[in-house]
Ligand binder design. Structure first.
Ligand code: HAM
Length: 432
């Protein structure tokens, strides 16, 4: 019978991770957790509350929010039909889900301004390269309910504060205004007129963008296109009166707060929901994918998703890109590691004792490791040293008889006899 079962086992097969995804391994996870802790702290300092929207949503939500013609929606989404015939998509960003949750849960009725932040995975089927993955982590923040330039500046200042909290000073804030429904269409027309005589010299992609999405021609990286657009009319020179006033005030407030920025007429962002302020923070330590974060104002989105008209502004940032820069600047997390108590039982009865002792010590907040391989004393002590444990607690038949453990301080190599009943208070006094 046993043989028959074995014969039915499938041939073993090794799997590899999907292109553009990564494993964050135990050796790196401490840095990630410490970096995430810094982000949570800064968000709390700015009065933002965490929100965790689902990882997948209806495809239509993203198509409507980000825009049907954007690269994200037209080429990069991981979409699928579930068993109930619903069209679903793994979120390519979190803003759409946050706004959906804001509307669905009537958050706008609960307080005049909602300041929300998030940290989580997003998915885009892009060509993977350094700093660009198919599954990546974003942290970001959204301020819903304020039309004021002060809210734009709060979002920009929050993103800068996150980088500063890591002692990262070398970054550039690039600022633009993409106008609103009043001034953007006339500008697009003006841009088309300017580019029409240059059409043949634009790259293929930009020729396709010409009719439907001419703004994206401004941020094309092709040298030829950059030459053709160098002297193009600039959107921030063509803004309507309200947008001019808003943009000027944002700059005034940034300056008042000592926040340096550069105006960048090429910055148009790859998502369609923006109105007025658009910004990015770039780093020269990242290579081609140099945007640490990006965001801006999106005053129409809440209404477009069925909510009451609610002006909003926010940003999102790539966690992997942050980690890359932190590696470059040699950032070291400061979180101290809890001292490890290593239980080294010798023999079956001692293992029984160790399982109970481990439970009690852990209940009292201590970090406890235990040999799980039934090894001899030497091998166990070697393991305790490898784990940089602070104490080894050796218990064999003798110790069980006397009800005293041999506690070895692995930094000083001194050994003490401690009664089983006193172990918790001994460690409380000696290591915490
Ligand atoms: P986004 O510019 O598409 O904006 O993405 C924000 C950031 O996410 C980028 O600056 C970059 O750091 C990171 N990122 C984007 N794609 C990838 C990728 N494939 N691999 C690694 N990192 C990536 C948004 O997502 C908007 N939701 C931002 C926003 C929030 N606007 C208003 N509120």
């Amino acid at each position: 019978m046993r043989y028959a079962l074995c014969a039915m086992r499938p041939t073993p097969m090794r799997f590899q991770k999907i292109k553009g995804t990564r494993d964050i391994l135990p050796e790196e996870i401490g840095r990630w957790q410490a970096a995430e802790a810094v982000i949570h702290q800064v968000m709390a300092r700015f009065g933002f509350s965490e929100i965790r929207p689902p990882i997948f949503e209806e495809t239509e939500l993203f198509a409507r929010s980000i825009g049907q013609l954007t690269d994200i929606v037209s080429k990069e989404m991981y979409s699928f039909v579930d068993r109930g015939e619903k069209n679903l998509t793994l979120r390519p960003e979190l803003t759409a889900g946050v706004v959906r949750a804001f509307v669905e849960n009537n958050l706008g009725k609960k307080q005049p301004v909602n300041k929300l932040y998030y940290l989580g995975s997003a998915f885009r089927q892009e060509n993977p390269q350094a700093g660009r993955q198919r599954q990546f982590q974003q942290f970001g923040a959204e301020i819903l309910g304020s039309p004021e330039p002060a809210a734009d500046v709060e979002a920009i200042s929050l993103s800068m504060a996150v980088y500063r909290a890591f002692q990262l000073e070398r970054f550039v804030v690039k600022l633009n205004s993409v106008g609103d429904v009043v001034c953007r269409e006339p500008y697009k027309q003006k841009l088309r007129e300017y580019l029409r005589p240059r059409f043949d010299r634009l790259c293929k992609t930009c020729q396709q963008r010409f009719e439907k999405n001419p703004l994206r021609i401004l941020d094309c990286k092709e040298a030829g296109c950059r030459v053709e657009t160098a002297e193009a009319p600039k959107l921030f020179d063509e803004l309507c009166e309200n947008c001019v006033r808003h943009f000027a005030r944002v700059q005034q407030l940034l300056e008042a707060g000592g926040m340096k920025y550069e105006l960048d007429f090429r910055l148009v962002r790859g998502l369609d929901y923006y109105t007025r302020t658009a910004y990015e923070i770039t780093s020269d330590q990242l290579g081609a994918q140099d945007a640490l974060c990006g965001g801006g104002r999106y005053d129409l989105l809440v209404e477009e998703l069925g909510g009451d008209a609610t002006p909003a502004v926010g940003f999102a940032a790539g966690m992997e890109r942050l980690m890359m820069v932190l590696e470059k600047i040699g950032w070291q997390p400061t979180t101290p590691k809890a001292p490890i108590i290593f239980l080294a039982p010798l023999g079956e009865a001692a293992v029984l004792w160790a399982v109970q002792a481990a439970a009690q010590l852990r209940q009292n907040g201590m970090t406890v490791e235990m040999d799980l391989l039934n090894r001899g004393l030497k091998a166990q002590l070697r393991e305790a040293n490898r784990q940089q444990a602070r104490f080894a607690v050796i218990v064999g038949d003798n110790e069980l008889q006397t009800q005293h453990a041999a506690v070895r301080d692995l930094t000083s190599s001194q050994q003490t006899e401690v009664a089983f009943v006193d172990l918790i208070s001994y460690f409380q006094q000696n290591s915490f």
